[in-house]
Ligand binder design. Structure first.
Ligand code: GLU
Length: 609
């Protein structure tokens, strides 16, 4: 340790060096403190429970619920409801999500599938352009993503109700109360919020309701101003007073149907807005599914991930299994990175070809996760071209249900690195843990605020593949394949970990990155999260953050280039929150220090060092 007392007595030249160091430290401290938006601290230690989310108000609300005796599920719902107010372009009751819950008393992990569902009227040519004689699909931006066609029946309200009634202690009304207050009293607009509106200005300006709420006076709300959403408060109040059925069967259902079938466009929108076909019957029949998790083992850790219709758990498990035979931690860095990139490529090749809603397609999950099958897919020694032949897991498919008889053709990589969606984690004093990813798909979803109700409808149906045949084509009542990967893991030393991220298909590679950072490279949780990221999704290039290039350094980059790897730069990948809880109740909880404007990690009883 630096002994400052002694150091002050050193020679003048040394003293200048020390003045510099001290000043530097002060500046670094000031910078990191000031650079964090108010109340946002990315790492916290302590006990009694914890919450991490992208937003300080939301995390604070979750902590308050825990402080008042709520459990991790209660805190997760209350935090998510608050995010619906402060992070409305990523999450809210107009969307869906997946919640992974660890019940400590039962020592069981449960997953809740609150994924959006296609209306009954949907057919595989959902996005076909009616004006295109060649039968091509509507352009992705802005027509497909800002249409009624893209809106799936939201799952989030029923997911909250299901989580609370089965595993929580609060009523929906109690869990929503702090968010109602937040929507009514308002919150301070930060850079991220203002930027998200600015980036969506063209789409938001096409809808009267969205324009009114998010483009007051024709411009995004200014940073630092107070933003209130009284309609949102009233909608939450309706849910609180009349129950979740007001959303699926009551007046909110009617408002959703009206919005989707007759989008509230301005007189002359700058692009054509296509209506969709959600009906009252679609809302009425929506169900949350309680599903078994995908369980996998990696170097003594047991991971629980989200199963279908998310591709997350399966693809994470496959990738880690493909890596299991090499000791990444002791390999030369470039060699370890090469292996991860190639394992991701192979897993994505299978994902793109096989995975879809299990109620509609016969996905050979057991075969895909069978260790002998994965052992039959060796990693190449050089960078591979995009994989064109998925593996054939069918001989390894040992379940008795009827199965595919032939491996499907490979499908070109799809899925951008979106910046939408949000992930939160919670833990309570009883050892329960929640890992919850929720979304409205694009940042800003469909762009349509339900008039008078203050929330944005999702555009989740753009997660379907449009080229038939494919297990993930749009079908009546089907759930689009997701990449969301909320994860809970158990370490050999008894720690319980939870983590996840937004980011479209990069969610999967981000979660793999967190797992390898923690398990192979032995980084502390906060560093595992802040470390630069890369993502390979069976493309010809691997997407990397600028910081990753800097960290990799010339040597590693040269070595990787010599192996044939090519890179493409992107601004940022993902926005992780995570926690680890020791058997003695001590918790470390962490969020991003910088990405997405930084996140907020909090504990009930901060540990005094
Ligand atoms: N809709 C995406 C999914 O379910 C999440 C959106 C995103 O993070 O970009 O995988």
């Amino acid at each position: 340790m630096l002994n400052l007392k002694g150091a002050w007595q050193c020679a003048p030249t040394k003293r200048w060096w020390l003045y510099g160091l001290t000043l530097g430290l002060v500046l670094v401290f000031a910078f990191t403190t000031l650079a964090q938006p108010e109340g946002k601290v990315p790492v916290a230690y302590g006990s009694g429970g914890a919450v991490a989310s992208v937003d300080a108000d939301a995390s604070r609300i979750g902590i308050e619920v825990l402080r008042q005796g709520g459990n991790a599920v209660d805190a997760a719902v209350a935090t998510a409801a608050a995010l619906g107010v402060t992070d409305p372009f990523s999450a809210g009751i107009g969307g869906g999500g997946f919640m992974v819950i660890y019940r400590h008393d039962l020592d069981r992990v449960i997953t809740l599938d609150g994924r959006e569902t296609a209306p009954m009227a949907v057919t595989p040519d959902l996005f076909r352009d009616p004006d295109n004689l060649a039968g091509e699909s509507l352009p992705f931006f802005p027509n497909r993503i800002s249409s009624g066609l893209a809106v799936g029946v939201p799952g989030t309200p029923l997911n909250w109700q299901t989580a609370l009634s089965r595993y929580g202690t609060l009523s929906l009304a109690e869990a929503l109360a702090p968010a109602i207050e937040l929507a009514e009293a308002g919150f301070t607009v930060d850079d991220t919020f203002a930027q998200q509106v600015t980036r969506n200005q063209l789409r938001f300006a096409a809808f009267t309701s969205t324009q009114q709420l998010y483009l007051p006076n024709g411009a995004p709300p200014a940073v630092g101003t107070l933003f209130k959403n009284p309609d949102m408060a009233n909608t939450y109040r309706l849910l609180a007073n009349q129950g979740v059925n007001s959303f699926y069967r009551g007046e909110i259902a009617q408002a959703i149907v009206d919005t989707v079938q007759s989008p509230p466009t301005v007189e002359q929108p700058s692009f054509k807005v296509y209506p969709g076909a959600i009906s009252l019957a679609d809302l009425d029949r929506y169900q949350v599914r309680v599903r078994p998790p995908v369980v996998s083992d990696y170097r003594g850790y047991r991971l629980y991930g989200m199963g279908l219709p998310s591709s997350g758990g399966i693809t994470v498990a496959q990738t880690l299994d493909l890596l299991a035979s090499s000791d990444l931690g002791s390999l030369e860095r470039a060699q370890a990175l090469h292996q991860i990139i190639e394992a991701e490529r192979l897993a994505f090749c299978d994902r793109n070809a096989y995975l879809g809603d299990p109620d509609y397609v016969d996905v050979p999950v057991m075969g895909l996760l069978n260790p002998n099958y994965l052992a039959s897919r060796p990693l190449p020694t050089q960078a591979a071209a995009p994989c064109t032949t998925p593996g054939n897991p069918l001989p390894y498919q040992t379940d008795p249900s009827p199965s595919l008889t032939q491996a499907p053709a490979a499908v070109a990589a799809n899925g951008q690195e979106g910046l939408s969606t949000t992930h939160l984690v919670t833990a309570d004093q009883w050892g329960n843990v929640v890992s919850y990813t929720l979304t409205i798909e694009s940042t800003g979803g469909s762009g349509m605020v339900v008039p008078g109700y203050g929330f944005i409808l999702n555009n989740e149906l753009t997660d379907f593949n449009t080229t038939v045949p494919h297990p993930n084509v749009p079908e009546s009542g089907k759930r689009p394949r997701s990449s969301m990967s909320p994860t809970i893991a158990f370490a050999p030393d008894g720690r319980v970990l939870a983590f996840g991220s937004p980011g479209g298909a990069t969610i999967i590679t981000t979660v793999i990155g967190i797992a390898t950072n923690l398990i192979d490279f032995r980084l502390p949780l906060s560093e595992a999260i802040s470390a630069p990221r890369f993502s390979q999704r069976n493309g010809s290039t691997t997407t990397v953050e600028q910081a990753w290039v800097e960290q990799a350094g010339n040597n590693d980059l040269n070595n990787l280039s010599q192996l044939g790897h090519q890179f493409r730069m992107t601004e940022e990948i993902g926005a992780v929150t995570g926690l680890e809880q020791w058997p003695n109740g001590v918790i470390q909880v962490a969020a991003e220090p910088i990405r997405r404007g930084g996140g907020a990690a909090m504990v009930v009883n901060p540990r005094v060092e």
